[in-house]
Ligand binder design. Structure first.
Ligand SMILES: *[C@@H]1O[C@H](CO)[C@@H](O)[C@H](O)[C@H]1NC(C)=O
Length: 325
């Protein structure tokens, strides 16, 4: 560990995540609330994965990406919620520096992967709507796999660099992080090293991982909407739009919430607001996706209805079988 000039305390290797304050009567309520959110998120997303794998009608690129997006969403909320639940339950709010950086690494990697998957999905819709004749050739199984694998792998170098740089920093004096997970900004505030270059580097990495996919997604949708508006018949326009509307809603909510969380309230006066927005960003966002697809998307909806009927049939058969004995 390097010593920092003018200070000679032992460097801090452990933090306290303050979470949602000290109120003891509030903790059980928060625990139940977040447990509910977590269970709904995992159940909803795994339901989508199950439907996509089991139903042959959903074996198309669009649902292949959706299935993978649901896997990513499940992992995403798993980087934050289990730890938060454990600390709400036990009251132990400490997290080691390594644990903190590990959480940050997976959170960053999975967020960046989600950005790229959403981009891949909008590129898929772009090809389907703007290049319908070449769609099947361009978006074949191999390309789909490459896009998914690429979304994961391409973010690993930048996330590894970011975390390595953070690991070089020294932390002293304060160990309280006023947040419910290890996020970059509150962590940087606690460092007593010079963080200016680190801040710049992390900003560039975050911008590359977020702004670039966001612009590509936006570009795809500009082309898609322009193409839809050129369709002469109203029913044709509606039909084309219905194939991408669920994804458009998911993307809009996702970037809307991300941008609001990270751009708007950075002043220290709005810490509470920032925490609430972070809940939207980290907890509610992964929950919304299955809800939108199950409610709005006809194919997912049909598949869900069929699966429910099948389950009910199995249950009835099981009952009849039991009655015989
Ligand atoms: C996600 O992607 C992987 C690899 O590209 C693929 O094998 C898998 O079937 C996909 N999962 C779902 C649920 O679509």
């Amino acid at each position: 560990m390097e010593k920092v000039e003018g200070r000679n305390q032992t460097p801090i290797m452990e933090f306290i995540l303050l979470g949602f304050g000290d109120g003891p009567e509030l903790q059980p309520l928060l625990f139940l609330l977040f447990l509910l959110f977590y269970m709904v998120t995992v159940a909803g997303n795994l339901l989508i994965v199950g439907l996509v794998v089991a139903d042959r009608h959903l074996h198309t690129p669009m649902y292949f990406f959706l299935g993978n997006l649901s896997i990513v969403e499940t992992l995403y909320s798993s980087t934050i919620l289990p730890r938060l639940l454990a600390s709400l339950q036990t009251g132990n709010r400490t997290i080691s520096l390594k644990g903190c950086l590990m959480q940050l690494y997976f959170f960053g990697l999975i967020s960046a992967t989600e950005n790229l998957l959403l981009t891949a999905m909008s590129y898929d819709r772009y090809l389907a709507i703007c290049q319908p004749l070449r769609y099947a050739a361009l978006m074949n199984g191999r390309v789909c796999c490459q896009l998914v694998t690429g979304s994961w792998i391409s973010n690993m170098p930048s996330c590894t660099i970011g975390i390595t740089v953070l690991y070089q920093l020294t932390f002293c004096d304060f160990k309280e992080i006023d947040h419910f997970f290890c996020d970059v900004a509150p962590l940087l505030k606690l460092s007593c090293s010079d963080t200016q270059t680190v801040q710049l580097l992390l900003f560039i990495l975050a911008a590359l991982g977020t702004v670039l996919p966001c612009l590509l997604t936006l570009g795809s949708y500009v082309c898609i909407i322009a193409a839809i508006l050129r369709i002469p018949s109203a029913t044709g326009r509606q039909k084309a739009f219905s194939t991408c509307s669920s994804h458009l809603i998911v993307v809009t909510l996702y970037y809307g919430i991300t941008i609001t969380t990270y751009v708007v309230p950075t002043a220290s006066t709005s810490k509470v607001l920032h925490k609430i927005l972070s809940i939207f960003y980290t907890v509610l966002n992964p929950m919304i996706n299955p809800v939108i697809y199950c409610l709005r998307n006809k194919e997912v909806n049909n598949s869900l209805t069929k699966a429910t009927h099948k389950l009910l049939a199995v249950r009835d058969r099981f009952r009849i079988g039991k009655d015989k004995f």
